[in-house]
Write a protein that binds this ligand. Structure first.
Ligand code: COA
Length: 185
């Protein structure tokens, strides 16, 4: 997949779409997602250790989003922002390089705005990206990983057809992860 030409993706929900990151537009939302106790909880759910969780800022989130744009141009990662009711509420991204822990392409998602969780948005976004990958690329298998303790994402991935691959393992931060994959059917 060439990361430079990623289309915006409509979803089956009329007010929900996946679109390219725009750091100026999206960074203020990201600051909200990662602020306060709720933000710390979200970062933990994403697999960050407490040592890695530092206060956020507009500058920091703008830089992170710009990094997503740069990685897309370099063909290393494709990121879509989740836009719902004209707000940016999260992101879904596909890492195109293998890491020590996980093969690529590896999909990850986050509904950063906790008030928009458990409404079917995460599963709709995942379904949309999987369909795009299977229709537009030659990848036979899609990979992912998650914290074993994160029950909502474990259920979401299992319902989307992902199967556990190998045994759970402890990462360099002492957190227990499980890998999953899903073959193109
Ligand atoms: C995990 C996450 C992506 C799920 O997205 P979502 O939009 O909240 O989930 P959906 O509403 O699409 O739910 C999909 C399925 O997951 C399960 N699920 C979702 N939230 C759940 C919860 N809080 N508890 C138990 N199961 C849950 C449900 O079974 C649901 O299927 P159903 O509607 O048929 O019952 C989202 O909650 C999130 O981003 N959380 C914080 C960050 C995170 O954990 N990211 C994943 C890191 S690997």
């Amino acid at each position: 997949m060439n990361g430079k030409k990623i289309p915006n993706l409509p979803t089956k929900l009329p007010n929900l779409a996946l679109i390219a990151p725009d750091p100026d537009r999206d960074a203020p939302y990201a600051v909200q997602w990662f602020t306060g106790d709720e933000g710390i909880h979200t970062l933990r759910l994403m697999g960050n250790s407490d040592d890695e969780i530092l206060p956020t800022s507009l500058k920091k989130e703008t830089a992170t989003l710009q990094n997503f744009v740069d990685k897309s141009e370099q063909g290393k990662q494709v990121t879509w922002m989740i836009r719902y009711d004209e707000k940016t509420i999260g992101a879904i991204w596909v890492i195109l390089e293998d890491t020590d822990f996980l093969q690529s392409p590896a999909v990850h998602l986050m509904i950063g705005d906790s008030s928009e969780r458990a409404k079917g948005i995460g599963s709709t976004c995942l379904d949309t990206v999987l369909r795009y990958l299977y229709c537009s690329t030659a990848y036979p298998t899609i990979f992912t990983r998650h914290l074993v303790s994160n029950e909502p994402v474990t259920i979401l991935l299992t319902k989307a057809g992902f199967k556990r691959a190998g045994k759970p393992y402890v990462d360099t931060n002492g957190l227990m992860f499980a890998n999953m994959n899903r073959a193109n059917d």
